[in-house]
Design a protein around this ligand. Structure first.
Ligand code: TXA
Ligand code: MG
Length: 329
């Protein structure tokens, strides 16, 4: 199969819609990362997503809808605070896990009774979802466990020959996946941290919990238990207090004739003067925007990416550190 990349416009959206209606898969832009979409009510199409990605069969998918879609047709809103969250953050990088009404096929939710729903804010994605006017399930458009794609080219590099079409909507403005929030109970619980932070959720709901996973737990969001987001080179992770150790490792690689790169925020990069740097930028938003792009750039030229941790775990840093540990830790 030949994989085409087309810019998002009226004709390419019509093409994508036709592929979806015929049971095919599309690489599509969102404001977080690129998704691999299929019609959520078509079990055969949904199975293809798991095959193409090599995704574990117990990891459910997120249903994406346009901003005027009636969520009541898909899920039960069980608590008043959920409507306030929808008003505040949708469309945007927030995914809500709610009790499913069973419209989306059971293959997509891996037989579970909840459904994760999200309304992307990306204009091209909205255009696409509006045109098809059906829920589209989409995981990140990478081979399972590899770093998530934030450009159409990243999708192509992983899925060339496996899907017919990638719609190019530019580089994703967010850069890390949506916050996944369980809202089936009286207090919301973050299952996966992202750009909609605990603090932002608390400003609407007063309280917000964070799911903790220990070895052997039956996890509520299966995706969080896997090693994830790994670039194709070696990696290491050090805290900002361990810069000496990072330099030691860097020198070891260089002395062995290999190419190491340090990945860190701009201020910290000053401590690595003259060394190969993957500069993540300075603010948490810039760092999220650059993270996957720099990991994917790094794997093409480095034998090892030596990542330096963030200065805190608060706000957007929580999502960034979650990804850094899984990709480089
Ligand atoms: O930003 C995003 O969320 C991107 C873009 C493409 O929308 N999508 C994405 O999908 O990251 P994926 O499949 O890579 O990650 C979905 C996460 C997984 O951790 C999965 O376990 C969790 O959401 N999830 C999906 N459905 C769930 C459910 N019913 N209950 C609990 N967790 C769920
Ligand atoms: Mg993913």
């Amino acid at each position: 199969m030949q994989t085409k990349i087309l810019p998002v416009n009226v004709e390419s959206v019509e093409k994508a819609k036709q592929i979806w209606l015929d049971g095919g898969l599309i690489g599509m832009p969102t404001e977080t990362v690129y998704g691999l979409g299929a019609v959520a009510t078509n079990p055969e199409a949904v199975k293809k997503i798991f095959e193409v990605k090599g995704r574990p069969s117990d990891n459910p998918l997120i249903a994406h809808v346009h901003k005027d879609y009636n969520l009541d047709t898909l899920v039960y809103v069980e608590h008043d605070y959920v409507n306030n969250l929808i008003k505040a953050f949708m469309p945007g990088p927030l995914t809500l896990v709610m009790k499913s009404k069973g419209v989306v096929c059971s293959e997509a939710v891996c037989g579970g009774d909840t459904l994760a729903v999200r309304m992307p804010s990306h204009v091209g994605c909205q255009q696409l979802l509006k045109a098809v006017d059906m829920p589209i399930v989409a995981p990140s458009a990478n081979i399972s466990k590899h770093t998530s794609p934030v450009t159409a080219m990243h999708v192509y590099n992983d899925l060339n020959g496996k899907i017919p079409l990638i719609l190019d909507g530019g580089k994703c403005s967010g850069g890390i996946e949506s916050t996944v929030l369980d809202v089936t109970e009286s207090v919301p619980r973050i299952l996966r941290a992202g750009l909609i932070t605990k603090e932002m959720i608390e400003s609407i709901t007063g309280e917000c919990l964070i799911a903790e996973h220990k070895e052997g737990d039956k996890v509520k969001s299966p995706g969080v238990k896997y090693r994830h987001y790994r670039p194709k080179c070696e990696t290491a992770l050090f805290s900002e207090e361990q810069i000496e150790k990072a330099i030691e490792l860097y020198n070891e690689y260089e002395n062995a004739g290999k190419t190491p790169y340090i990945m860190c925020r701009t201020t910290v990069s000053k401590a690595f003067d003259g060394k190969n740097i993957l500069d993540l930028g300075e603010t948490p938003e810039q760092i999220a925007y650059n993270l996957y792009d720099k990991l994917l750039e790094g794997e093409t030229k480095a034998q090892i990416i030596i990542a330096i941790s963030m200065p805190s775990e608060k706000g957007v840093y929580m999502g960034i550190m979650n990804r850094l540990r899984k990709s480089c830790g």
